[in-house]
Design a protein around this ligand. Structure first.
Ligand SMILES: [Zn+2]
Ligand SMILES: [Zn+2]
Length: 586
């Protein structure tokens, strides 16, 4: 009778709210329905309860909302799916339980050794170097062992850490450190646990919200290929991570792969089958957040490939068109017959990872005065940002922009673009000698603001940024949260800040420093079948290496100013050494 109870969840008109999460509302910031979810119940006849939304079907029975105010069609999402994903991403922030007296009958069983230190007396050390304590009430002893105590050849941890962060392929690491592959994988697990514990300790301070007043955060995605493992099945797995970095300090707040290593696909698929999950519309499923094999089969039927345009404007228009062509505008994964789902752990629908990513950022940015987001042009990212930060946007503490960069220019074209903009700049300086450089910048941006172009069916207005640089040679910006309440100077200043440089810089370092992630994801389907020398076989390794690398990048890697992102952010006074992470103890 499982099946009945599950399809019974369709008695909800929209997916129910959970843990304060309800994202099923219009995402147009200036619409009266922005932040107002669709009603759970409606009725007809006299005293009818009417709603601000109608539920309509798009494509094959996927229910979506239609906003009566502005006519937008926001797709529905499972709030519990977002909540589950958010818990997965933020799990590392939960403080580990404190050690306490092991005797369940003792009153000290609930008294942590750090929060009530006077109830324990220190009691020497173990032969492995662990600290022993004795409970003053019942006399039982407990030991706090060193983090490296279960590590074989622990003196090699530093070497392995350093080689991993410097693009040495796994086989070469084994050779250089004289360890076998099993030991290497154990060490990666260990370094992952240590980095997560270390970074969590620092980031819990971010949650208290005392460190930041303003942040300018770039958000983008990076795609990865996971190699096929058997000759009979040469399809690769294609995964994508969303990352956010502060443009001022370079600090990376999160780098999240759309893959949950903890799920067992056999168990999940079997249970989904039993409860008839695939018969339900996806936002109402128990497993709304994961790619089930039924999703994959449906996606194959409508597989299309992205075809990039020639110039920035056709590219921007093309991206809007592709979003409309999709059944759900917020989805961006387009699997075809050359890719498959993971066999160990499960792929997550990338929009759910995006929503969860922004809900985690919302926790980090709780105490911040102003948050500005610069997003890659992606409908899913826009919905996740405007969905999670709805209150902050409405109260004008948060703004969001699309930033689109033409990366296909040749070096010569980049140089030309740069030279042209310098010429314009010089011309203004000659005419108006009393203006400072930043005043000239503002003046030119305001001039661009007067000639913005409307692109795509949402008539978004795009500004061409007048100051290209070599990493962002041709840049267009669209202000997504325009309430027309800033004066021209303020708005021009925000356009001037629009950039994805910090997150791009991190992405570039991922490719340069992690041998498993060197290869970008190929769009041509012939290239998708290729087997890449150093690419990952197991997505679990990608998750771990990205986590380790985020800790290393934020805390250990100095920039040209001799400081790490964490130092610039004010979370650390000095450069953190690899040993600080390896020997970190909660
Ligand atoms: Zn609306
Ligand atoms: Zn005790």
């Amino acid at each position: 009778m499982q099946k009945k109870s599950s399809s019974g969840s369709r008695q909800h008109r929209i997916p129910p709210e959970i843990g304060g999460i309800q994202v099923n509302f219009c995402k147009k910031p200036t619409c009266a329905n922005y932040g107002v979810p669709a009603s759970q119940r409606i009725s007809r006849g006299r005293n009818a309860i009417k709603d601000n939304y109608t539920i309509v079907a798009s494509g094959k029975g996927l229910p979506i909302l239609k906003c009566h105010e502005c006519g937008e069609h926001p797709p529905m999402k499972s709030n519990s799916g977002i909540d589950e994903e958010q818990q997965r991403l933020s799990g590392y922030l939960t403080p580990p339980p404190e050690p306490c007296c092991v005797n369940v009958a003792c009153q000290n069983h609930k008294a942590g050794i750090y929060s009530s230190p006077t109830t324990y007396a220190s009691f020497g050390k173990t032969s492995a170097g662990g600290q022993r304590y004795r409970c003053k009430l019942c006399g039982k002893t407990l030991t706090i062992s060193k983090p490296t105590s279960r590590q074989r050849v622990s003196h090699k941890n530093r070497l392995v850490f350093s080689l991993l962060m410097n693009k040495v392929p796994f086989r070469r690491i084994c050779e250089a450190a004289e360890i076998n592959p099993k030991t290497l994988y154990d060490k990666i697990d260990f370094l992952h646990r240590q980095s997560q514990a270390f970074i969590a300790h620092r980031e819990r301070k971010l949650l208290e919200g005392h460190h930041l007043r303003r942040v300018y955060v770039g958000v983008d995605r990076q795609d990865y290929v996971v190699n096929w493992r058997q000759r009979q099945d040469k399809r690769n797995i294609q995964l994508s991570a969303v990352g956010s970095a502060d443009n001022e300090t370079g600090y990376v707040f999160g780098m999240h792969l759309n893959y949950d290593p903890s799920l067992d696909p056999d168990l999940v698929e079997a249970n989904a089958e039993k409860i008839g999950d695939c018969d339900l519309a996806s936002p109402f499923r128990r497993y709304a957040r994961v790619w089930l094999s039924c999703d994959y089969m449906r996606a194959l039927l409508r597989s299309t490939l992205r075809s990039p345009g020639r110039d920035l404007k056709t590219d921007i228009a093309g991206t809007y068109r592709q979003a409309i062509d999709r059944e759900d505008v917020e989805e961006f994964e387009t699997p075809d017959a050359t890719v498959r789902l993971p066999v160990d752990g499960m792929q997550i629908h990338a929009e759910y990872t995006l929503y969860a990513h922004f809900f985690l950022l919302k926790r980090f940015f709780g105490g911040i005065e102003k948050v500005r987001f610069f997003l890659d042009q992606d409908s899913g990212m826009r919905a996740a940002c405007l969905g999670a930060f709805q209150q902050e946007i409405k109260s004008r503490r948060c703004d969001a922009f699309y930033v689109r960069i033409n990366k296909d220019l040749t070096i010569d074209e980049k140089k030309q673009a740069l030279a042209a903009s310098r010429k314009v700049f010089r011309a203004v300086r000659e005419q108006e000698a009393d203006l400072t450089d930043s005043e000239i910048r503002l003046k030119l941006i305001k001039k661009s603001m007067a000639s913005m172009s409307e692109i795509g069916q949402w008539k978004d207005r795009w500004l061409t940024h007048p100051f290209p640089n070599m990493s962002e040679p041709e840049k267009a910006i669209c202000y997504l949260t325009d309430y027309d309440d800033y004066d021209d100077d303020h708005q021009a200043w925000l356009y001037n800040k629009a950039s994805l440089h910090a997150i791009d810089c991190f992405f570039m370092q991922v490719r340069r420093r992690l041998s498993l992630l060197e290869r970008p994801y190929a769009t041509a389907s012939s290239a998708r079948r290729m087997w890449h020398g150093y690419s990952a076989y197991n997505p679990k390794s990608i998750v771990k290496l990205l986590d380790i690398f985020r800790a290393y990048y934020n805390y250990c890697l100095k920039g040209q100013d001799g400081r790490t992102p964490t130092m610039r952010l004010g979370l650390a006074k000095g450069v953190v050494s690899l040993e600080d992470i390896i020997y970190y103890q909660n």
